[in-house]
Design a binder for this molecule. Sequence first.
Ligand code: ADP
Length: 920
Amino acid sequence: MTARILCILIFLGSFQLNAAKIPLTGDIAEPLNITSQTEFFEDVKGTSEVNSLSHENFKPLKGDFMLVPFSDNALWLKVSLKNEAKSGQEWILQYSNELSEDIQLYRYDSTKSAYILADTWDINTSKKRNFKGQEPYFKFTPARQETIYLRLKNQRGIRSSLYIFPASIYPDVLLDYQGERLFLFGLLAFRLLLVLTLGIFVIKDKGFRAYSLFILIKTFGYWGLINVMNPDFVTSVEIGNKVNFLFYASSPFGVILFSLMVLPLEKLPGWIKTGFYILLALCTLSHVMVWVSYNWHYVSMGLWVVLMTSVFSIGSFVYAACRKLPIQNFYSIPFMLGIGGYVLMNFQVLTGIKIPLALLLAFILLVAELLVFIFFLGRIFSQTQMKGIIADQQLENERIQSEKLMELDNLKTSFFTNISHELKTPLTLISGPLAELRKRYPEEKLLDMMQPNVTRLRDLVSQILDIQKLDSGKEPPFIVKADLARQIRLQVLSFESLATAKNMKLSFGQNKEEFEAYFDDDKLNKIISNLLSNAIKYSPEVSEVLVNVHYDIRPKKVSISVADSGFGIPEKDILHIFDKFYQVNSQKHQGSGVGLSLVKELVDLLQGKIEVFSNTGVGTTFLVELPADEKTWQNFVDEESKPSADFIIPEKTSKNAQSHSGEDQRHDEKKLILIVEDNPDMQEYLFEILHEEYDLIRAFDGKEGILKAGMEIPDLIITDLMMPVMDGLEFSKNIRENLASSHVPIIMLTAKSDKTAKLQSLEIGIDHYLTKPFDPDELIGVINSCLSNRAILREAFSQNVAEPALKIEKETNPWEKAFIAELQDFLEIHYQDSSLSVPAIATKMNMSESQLRRKLKSISSYSPNEYIRKFRLQKALFLLQTTETSVSEIAFKVGFENLSYFSKIFQSEFNKAPSEVPRS
Ligand code: ADP
């Protein structure tokens, strides 16, 4: 407490004994500053009575103004007046600080011979106030000789002066004062409006906006300082004080915000930012505390924060400037000038150290701030204009650049399209013979290596051609109405083996098993294939790819998500992955950057949406949403291509299911293929690929396959390697060993790429070994090549059934050779027997008659009877050419009993009569 009193002594100046009485003369025409003629006494306990003040030790004030410290003490001011003016003249005693919280005026009442409370003023006194922000005043008529006392109670430290003047000049004083105030008020309000309007609508610059915000807070802060923000309806002095505090102590918020937004913090030491955060916390804390309880401790803390924030901020800007860091001077300089005034004023009241001319300096700083700001405003405008011009120029440049890029892109696409067209034919010519070579030289590894590359090239070429078609608008949607769920299931399934080959798990889920909808099957397939092959390609081994399909009914649409837990796509690349020929890491993975751009164009064409979510090292998810309702696609539905019954009716394929519709209906012109496959979805898939061109029968394991093959003797068998009950190898072995089916070409489809399985299957005479995932075209190519080989053999065999050509000997499998040899041997022995019958041959060959019929039909295209007849006729021809035996004898010898019938059929077989055959 002694320290405080000592402080006050320093604040209030030195002693001056016996202060003279202040003469009030009639010629006082200006407010008279009587601060230095006033005496004071600090009532530390706040209990002193006015009538006992004569015992107190009053000391004179010094200087034009006094600094009232932050405290809850009462401060008594004593003014001795000598009224020399005409009697009855009213005088005004003015205490010049709007933030005066509580003042009481005591005058001597001679009737009571005591001092009494004559008048009061508090922060909310409205009865005497003509306008907001008016300074406290008391009007009275002093006696000839009068000593008056003022009792001040102020928690907040203030700076003030005491004036006295005749009441008659008060209107002029008010006008002067109010004029100044209004001028300043107008200036500040105008600046506030200006910066706000400019910041919001014109200068869209971060620095300027930060400055506008600072000005907003600062202006309200100033209004808080002159008690303008304290609303009239507030009657409680405490709340009035708190409201004022709320405004005048908020400037740190503006200062901190501005500093954080404008200072190049990333280049400054970290403690600067931390310092601002600490000050922000302290400022908030002081506000909370003042609102909890209004007392001088918290109020002074709030003002210390204001002072420290201002100093810290100025220091930071100066530091940044000294380090030549880029700071926006246009805002920073007026900002620093603006808070300079605050520093001065707060420093005085907080420390009690009087700074001569502080008020004038603060005012100069304020004016300087305004002038500098106005001066810079022109620069800010021209800078903004410049920025606008540069931005426009940049925009124009970007437009030109993007046009050029587009041109280049078109050029690139058309170049690739032309090349692709050129490549297409030679590629087709390579892939056909390559398939043939792989068949001929199954152990040649180089050929195996060539195949995937040929397929890749072919895919790439067709993708580029697809993009070009889409770009040129030549590829409209080709919509069918069908079971979308089934199609997607099949499409996803065809990737299972690719995933298995990479040791990956492909999980698939749909919210419906059947969903009749409108969609473009081919394009949908391309979308799913690209997304899935990317998911597999860009994931490490032993990871999982998850395909989830969600069908919505109203309106009908499908959402497909393909999620992998692979390498992911870096954020900077995500924007570009749908660009043509864009690859993220072209060195690391094989690719061309075409797939996703095709996907995007297809999705756009199908009026859908595609989104990608990716995290490097975590995985990638592609989400495709496509409309599948009739309304969207009614103009595109292809009536003619209305899917066949098999296509529309989704038959549940299960082990016990009966034959698929369309299956087992033999069409003579179509070849019959037996599919032996345990996976129902794979069966469906194969069915889908093959049902239009071939008649199909199906079996779910090797055993059933053997039964069906024996019964039907198909033209070709497609079998899986791994199956329950009886696997593909055993099944194929059985087929080969069974005379009835030993000739049937077998294609082995399997995910297994291990060598022994392959060698084993080739040992048993498998004609082709295709690793899943197979390309449907490749499968059809292989089937056709098998069937045409068979046709060549059949043709060769039919030429001479009695003496099979060398080709047959060379190109048929051992079991087939054995069958032919056995048949030949039997006929050789029995052809002369005119009673030789088909059942006898069937019995001999251990087959049923119908098996024999089918078998002979497929190896020679003859029925058994035709076959025997041919055999006999060829024998007859041989005998005619090599012996001298008579025609009738020869006819008899080869089993014909009727000579004229023999001659007739001989003629039709060889186009000449037996007698015309040149004899040796
Ligand atoms: P590419 O033939 O190179 O695979 P795409 O157009 O299909 O061409 O893909 C473009 C790029 O996007 C690829 O180079 C690849 O880096 C990235 N990408 C596509 N899908 C995935 C995915 N599922 N995971 C990680 N990266 C992917």
